[in-house]
Write a protein that binds this ligand. Structure first.
Ligand code: HGY
Ligand code: MN
Ligand code: MN
Length: 393
């Protein structure tokens, strides 16, 4: 039985299907408590750092630690594996190492990062961005969720002190190497376990179109300034722009009209664009093409558009020495790139970092149908145990 079964009932989303577990909401807080209890039951010492990252230590916390872990939050209506698999596999790896009688020479830790998906506050990898200084605490704490609750308010309700949020060189310095195990999110892996080679450059942009709110029945078609028109044009432009750049991807997964009534012409529409490509110039070229199409469509409708870059991260190439060492230690498993972002990708700019992937038979992710077989998940936990043993001896 996998430890994932322990948390199968937490954060079930009956409306969307799958799970909705977001940074510091009740489901994520319940999972954090579950993690603390599970780690303590294994004799690990748990601490919460200044940014709300949970650390479970085997051995005395200190520099040069071998750290594994992932996140417990999900996208809205997400799958069971993206994030939690890296946490449950880490706990299972500790059990396996204990059963082998292994005693690490270097401190070992499991880290759980909050709000990796940005499903509540909009910015992905919030915990690791704060820890590394990639995101300023002022900007982060002012972020709001769909109910208007700020991150500062949410973390205060969770018993954390927002004034302590920000770059944490002490926590970062303790990481000698970081290895995140994750479900693969495409169909790139045809054996149970592989290692990551790189992550696409990617970011999120918010387009706010403003027009004139009015009555759906009483306003003649020629009299309208409807921001939903340029919003629709943006969706089509994103598909066109990304299709024109090899390897690029662009997605509009969230559109929020205000006020949002069936018989109301919206006064504003917020549209979030997620764009990714092999490198920054290609990613930027997609976003520029979408932005000019959006500006042109807004003008045609008598609307305005403002564009905010909510987050951005350049291409990540994982430490080649560590990647090759782990791949060969695991018997020559394949290395593959990914289009998905990870806390490991943020940490990679600061510490030697690697990822293990567990095969995803359909490649579906960020959806309730996300899946990995119990056998492959178990193989992932064994691979992680082998890697932790190898690195911490
Ligand atoms: O959006 C992403 O790529 C990730 O899964 N956080
Ligand atoms: Mn994800
Ligand atoms: Mn993830």
């Amino acid at each position: 039985m996998s430890l994932l079964d322990d948390i199968a009932d937490v954060g079930v989303d009956r409306r969307r299907g799958g799970y909705s577990r977001h940074g510091f909401d009740s489901a994520e807080l319940e999972l954090r408590s579950w993690f603390i209890a599970s780690a303590e039951a294994r004799g690990l010492d748990v601490e919460t750092d200044r940014n709300g990252v949970l650390w479970a230590w085997w051995g005395t916390p200190g520099d040069g630690a071998i750290v594994t872990g992932s996140h417990l939050d999900s996208v809205p209506g997400g799958g069971a594996f993206d994030g939690p698999l890296g946490v449950t596999a880490a706990l299972e790896a500790v059990d396996l190492l204990r059963a082998r009688g292994f005693q690490p020479r270097k401190p070992l830790a499991i880290a759980v990062f909050p709000e990796e998906e940005g499903g509540r506050f909009g910015v992905a990898c919030l915990g690791s961005r704060l820890m590394t200084g990639a995101l300023s605490p002022d900007k982060a704490l002012a972020l709001t969720d769909p109910q208007g609750i700020t991150l500062a308010e949410a973390v205060r309700s969770a018993g954390l002190d927002p004034l302590r949020f920000g770059r944490d060189p002490v926590a970062l310095a303790r990481i000698g190497a970081f290895v995140e195990l994750h479900v693969e999110q495409g169909r790139g892996l045809t054996v149970p376990v592989g290692v990551a080679s790189s992550i696409l450059a990617h970011g999120r942009w918010r387009f706010t179109f403003a027009g004139e709110g009015n009555h759906a029945g009483a306003t003649l078609m020629g009299d309208r300034r409807d921001p939903m028109l340029p919003a629709a044009a943006l969706v089509a432009a994103a598909r066109r722009a990304a299709s024109a750049v090899p390897g690029a991807r662009a997605t509009v997964g969230r559109i929020v009209p205000t006020p949002g009534g069936t018989n109301v012409i919206a006064s504003t529409v917020d549209v979030w664009l997620d764009a990714r490509a092999d490198d920054t110039p290609r990613t930027r070229s997609v976003v520029e093409a979408v932005s000019s199409a959006a500006a042109e469509a807004a003008r045609e409708e008598g609307c305005t558009v403002s564009i905010t870059e909510e987050s951005y991260g350049d291409t990540v190439v994982f430490d080649a020495t560590l990647r090759d060492d782990l791949a060969s230690h695991l018997g020559g498993v394949p290395a593959l790139p990914t289009g998905a972002g990870h806390d490991a990708g943020i940490l990679a700019a600061h510490v030697p970092t690697a990822m293990l992937f567990v095969r995803n038979p359909t490649g579906v992710s960020h959806a309730p149908e996300e899946y990995a077989t119990p056998e492959d998940c178990a193989a992932g936990a064994v691979a992680l145990a082998n890697v932790l043993e190898h690195l911490s001896r």
